[in-house]
Design a protein. Structure first.
Length: 242
């Protein structure tokens, strides 16, 4: 009997301990199931390039960059200095990239001077339109636009410096003169007017050329007031109808 009591006293605490453990397990919160590992994202097509990767420039941007480099070299050093190697180095592109746009030096020069002449002509048309909007007489408008586009030092045409280089090259190189003289003649052709009126407008254009070339060669050091008066009188000359 005593033995049985001892045995039951030993087993009772053991059963109590097991019941306490089960209760504790039931009370404890269950751990959430493990979530699956995230899938690696594929790179976005419009994402910025990784460090050290250079984004390819648009062809139009490269072409404009090459023409600007050729313009800078021509202005600083003259037409003979405009070589494919020099332009490619100045623009920061390979010679192969340059030749994608311009097969040779002549093609590059043609594009440069075509751009120059186009910009000069656009500037003339802008001045004519501005004069019409301000009520300036239409008579002599083209001659006055040529005068101011050619000699305006405060707001020159975008490619005036390159045009000066072109004219300087035309003076010494017959091939360049023959190639580019024709498109420039339309700016200075006589106006379809009676002889005296046409002569006055031609005098205005030729005087503008003289002022421009004297600036180009640097031999005329005219005081600003005198220069302004010369321009004023040329404007008045271009306004005379009779």
């Amino acid at each position: 009997m005593i033995a049985a009591m001892k045995d039951s006293s030993v087993k009772a605490p053991a059963r109590a301990t097991r019941r306490s453990a089960k209760a504790a397990d039931a009370a404890a919160p269950s751990a959430p199931p493990a979530s699956p590992a995230p899938k690696p994202r594929s790179p976005r097509k419009d994402a910025a390039p990784a460090a050290g990767t250079r984004r390819k420039k648009a062809p139009a941007q490269v072409r404009a960059q090459l023409l600007q480099a050729a313009s800078d070299i021509a202005t600083d050093q003259g037409v003979p200095a405009v070589t494919l190697d020099a332009v490619a180095e100045r623009a920061g592109v390979t010679k192969g990239a340059l030749q994608y746009h311009f097969a040779n030096k002549q093609g590059l020069l043609d594009a440069l001077f075509e751009q120059t002449l186009t910009r000069f002509e656009q500037q003339m048309h802008t001045r004519i339109d501005e004069g019409v909007a301000q009520g300036t007489p239409k008579h002599g408008a083209a001659a006055r636009a040529y005068l101011h586009t050619t000699i305006d030092e405060t707001s020159p045409a975008a490619s005036t410096n390159v045009l000066r280089v072109l004219v300087a090259a035309m003076m010494t190189d017959p091939a360049i003169r023959e190639r580019y003289a024709a498109p420039m003649r339309k700016w200075t052709r006589p106006d379809p007017l009676p002889l005296e009126a046409a002569a006055r407008l031609m005098i205005c254009r030729l005087a503008a050329d003289g002022l421009w070339i004297s600036d180009l060669l640097g031999y005329q050091n005219m005081p600003p007031r005198l220069r302004a008066e010369v321009v004023r009188q040329l404007e008045q000359l271009a306004l005379v109808k009779a």
